[in-house]
Ligand binder design. Structure first.
Ligand code: 5GW
Ligand code: MN
Length: 344
C-alpha cells in the first residue's frame, strides 16, 4: 500500500508546466484588461460639471494669448485685469443683463464736438449711437457745433435727449482740440452734474458698429489705442520732452490710450479736463505743443491718475489696423476720411 498514491499523481514536471501555462494565461488576461481600461478612458469624452461648461473668462483670456504667435509681443493689454486691478473690458468678461439691472436708473451723457467740416460725421455718428450706444438707458447727447441750425436730428428712442450747443469755429485745428477740453471743464462743472451720472467723450468721425453699453461705465475709463496695444511701453507715443506739461518720463506708463473714447463720473471728467486744459495752456505759453495734442495730455494725466476701468481695442478700431484677429467685436469704428479735405 505504501507509495501507491504517489504513482497516481502526474509527474512533477507536468505540474510545473501546467502552473507556468496558467500563470502566463492570467498575466495575459490582466494585460488585455488594462488595455481595455486605457482604451475606455481615451474614448470617453471629458465631461465637465455643469458650472464649468459655460466658457470662463480665463478660457477666453487664454485663447487671446494663444493667438500671439510670437513671445516677443507684450501681452499686457490682452489681460482682463491691470496691475492695479482695473478690469480690461473684452468680449466675454461681463454679463450684460446683470449690469443693465444695476444701471436701471443711471443717466449717461455722450459728449461730442462737430465743428466746421466735421459736421458731416454727426448724423451717422448719432444714428449709429441710437442703434448700439447704451440702448434702453437714459442718454443725453451733448453736441457742440458751430452750425446748430444745420444739424439733422436722428430718429431717437424714448428716454434719449439731444442737446445742441453753439461753439466757436476756431481757425487753427490746435485750437479746436483745445476748445474741446475747455468746453468739457465748463459743462462738467456747471450743467452736467445736475443732468447725468456718467459722461462718455467721443470723436465724431466714428460710428458705433456693435454693442457699447453700461459695461464701459466706471469712475475713470480710458480706451487702449488700437494701433499700439501689443507694443512695449518704450514704443508708446507719449510726449517725451520734459519742457511740455504732457511729459511722461521713460519707464512710466502702462498703456497708451486713445482720446477718441474716454469717460467716467462727471466729477472725474471735470478733474481730468481741468488738468489737460491747464497743461495745454501752459504749453501754449511756452509756444510748444504736445506731440499728439490733447491725447498727449490725456495720457500724462492717466499715468498719474490710473483709470478704474480700461476698454480693450474692441472699443476703438480702424479697419486697416494689423492684429484684427484679436478683436472679436469691432464696436466703435473710425470713419475713412480725407484728412486734407476735411481739415481745410
Ligand atoms: C481736427 C484736426 C485738424 C483739423 C480739424 C479738426 C477738427 C476736429 C475739426 O475741424 N472739427 C471737429 O469737430 N474736430 C473734433 O475733434 C471732432 O470731434 C474730431 O473727431 C475730434 C478729433 O479730431 P480728429 O478726429 O481729426 O483726430 P484724429 O486723431 O482722430 O484724426
Ligand atoms: Mn477722430
Amino acid at each position: 500500500m505504501h507509495g501507491t498514491w504517489k504513482k497516481m499523481l502526474p509527474p512533477r514536471s507536468y505540474v510545473i508546466w501546467t502552473l507556468v501555462v496558467f500563470i502566463v494565461f492570467l498575466a495575459g488576461l490582466c494585460i488585455q484588461n488594462t488595455d481595455r481600461v486605457f482604451q475606455a478612458k481615451q474614448e470617453q469624452p471629458i465631461v465637465f460639471p455643469d458650472r464649468l461648461v459655460e466658457k470662463s473668462i480665463e478660457l477666453e483670456h487664454c485663447e487671446r494669448k494663444l493667438l500671439l504667435n510670437t513671445v516677443k509681443k507684450r501681452t499686457m493689454a490682452l489681460n482682463v485685469l491691470s496691475t492695479w486691478l482695473a478690469p480690461i473690458i473684452w468680449d466675454g468678461t461681463y454679463d450684460i443683463n446683470v449690469l443693465n439691472n444695476q444701471h436701471n436708473e443711471t443717466r449717461i451723457g455722450l459728449f461730442v464736438f462737430a465743428v466746421k467740416k466735421y459736421i458731416r460725421f454727426l448724423l451717422p455718428f448719432l444714428e449709429s449711437a441710437e442703434r448700439y450706444f447704451m440702448v434702453g438707458h437714459k442718454v443725453t447727447y451733448y453736441v457742440f457745433t458751430d452750425k446748430v441750425n444745420d444739424v439733422v436730428k436722428p430718429k431717437m428712442a424714448e428716454g434719449r435727449i439731444l442737446q445742441l450747443h453753439d461753439v466757436a469755429a476756431d481757425q487753427r485745428w490746435q485750437d479746436v482740440s483745445m476748445r474741446r477740453m475747455e468746453t468739457l471743464t465748463v459743462f462738467t462743472k456747471e450743467r452736467m452734474p445736475k443732468e447725468i451720472d456718467y459722461l462718455v467723450c467721443a470723436d465724431v468721425d466714428m460710428v458705433f458698429n456693435d454693442h457699447v453699453g453700461v459695461e464701459i461705465l466706471g469712475d475713470l475709463v480710458a480706451t487702449i489705442h488700437p494701433a499700439l496695444f501689443l507694443f512695449e511701453p518704450e514704443g508708446f507715443t507719449y510726449e517725451r520732452r520734459p519742457i511740455s506739461a504732457a511729459y511722461v518720463p521713460h519707464g512710466q506708463g502702462d498703456f497708451y490710450y486713445m482720446a477718441a473714447l474716454y469717460g467716467g463720473k462727471v466729477d472725474e471728467i471735470y478733474k481730468l479736463s481741468m488738468a489737460c486744459h491747464k497743461g495745454i495752456e501752459e504749453d501754449k505759453k511756452k509756444d510748444i505743443e504736445a506731440l499728439w495734442q490733447e491725447e498727449s495730455h490725456l495720457n500724462r494725466y492717466l499715468v498719474y491718475n490710473k483709470p478704474t476701468k480700461i476698454l480693450s481695442p474692441e472699443y476703438i478700431w480702424d479697419t486697416d489696423l494689423p492684429n484684427g484677429e484679436f478683436i472679436k467685436r469691432k464696436r466703435f469704428l473710425a470713419v475713412r476720411k480725407n484728412h486734407q479735405e476735411v481739415r481745410n
